[in-house]
Design a binder for this molecule. Structure first.
Ligand code: PMT
Length: 222
């Protein structure tokens, strides 16, 4: 009795952290394991979708034949890859934890130790989600918000500002939620700003719930 609610749909998912190079051997990154994004990709494929999964460096592996995995490292590479697949996507879910800043200068040789402190200058990366919202046509665009305080308020802000169809708010300070865990706790908020909480459950179960909500919202008057 498997449901095929995403049959014929193409789903684009981003997962994992990014790496922003300082020099050939050093980089900035974050605690994303890729588990949430990979669970979303697997759930979509199980529901019959064709899936493109753009992922930063992770230990995760995929098992489903309908998932096309595209490996990237930096926020810039993720931006390029996501935009390559965007036009042909029906649903886009951005679970990746993308760096907001990168070193302004990438050293070609290993940086040498020097006397005293070192000041590194950082510059902004492109906001991928915002750029997708700006050129959205038929896509159902879903962002994530990883917050450590006032998650709903900040999530609503991102939903409104970035022209999203829904946002998945992740209070990453709750026990069993967020970065690295096999489980998560989220709140799905759609364009009408209706909030649906998802209690503590495996990332795969969270992913399945998200697709229930998304399919429901896509059937609306869009
Ligand atoms: O990978 P796991 O260990 O399983 O952890 C899952 C998770 C906590 C990483 C995931 O559930 C999650 O919350 N992902 C979003 C993390 C994040 O970076 O949130 P944010 O609030 O900083 O960004 C908001 C949204 O903008 C996200 O959809 C993000 O992909 C996107 N973004 C951010 C920066 C940027 N330069 N471009 C973007 O598109």
């Amino acid at each position: 009795h498997t449901s095929h609610s995403l049959e014929g749909k193409t789903v684009l998912v981003s997962a994992g952290p990014t790496r922003e190079k300082v020099d050939p051997i050093r980089f900035f990154t974050n605690r994303s394991s890729g588990k949430m994004g990979f669970a979303i990709a697997e759930a979509a494929a199980d529901l019959g979708a064709t899936v493109n999964l753009v992922t930063g460096p992770t230990n995760q592996t995929i098992t489903h034949p309908n998932i096309n995995r595209i490996d990237v490292e930096s926020a810039e590479e993720m931006y390029e890859a996501i935009h390559r697949y965007y036009e042909n996507s029906d649903i886009v879910i951005k679970a990746a934890a993308v760096a907001d800043y990168r070193p302004k200068q990438v050293h070609e040789q290993k940086m040498k130790k020097q006397e005293g402190d070192l000041l590194l200058e950082l510059e902004r990366t492109k906001d991928i989600l915002k750029s997708l919202g700006e050129k959205k046509t038929h896509q159902f665009l879903v962002g994530f918000a990883a917050e450590t305080s006032d998650p709903i308020e900040y999530g609503l802000g991102k939903l409104r500002k970035k022209n999203l169809d829904a946002i998945v708010v992740n209070n990453v300070t709750a026990e069993g939620a967020g970065f690295g865990n096999d489980t998560n706790i989220v709140t799905y908020i759609n364009k009408d700003e209706k909030q649906i909480p998802v209690e503590l459950s495996s990332k795969k179960e969270v992913a399945n719930k998200l697709f229930q909500f998304i399919v429901h919202d896509m059937k609306g008057d869009r």
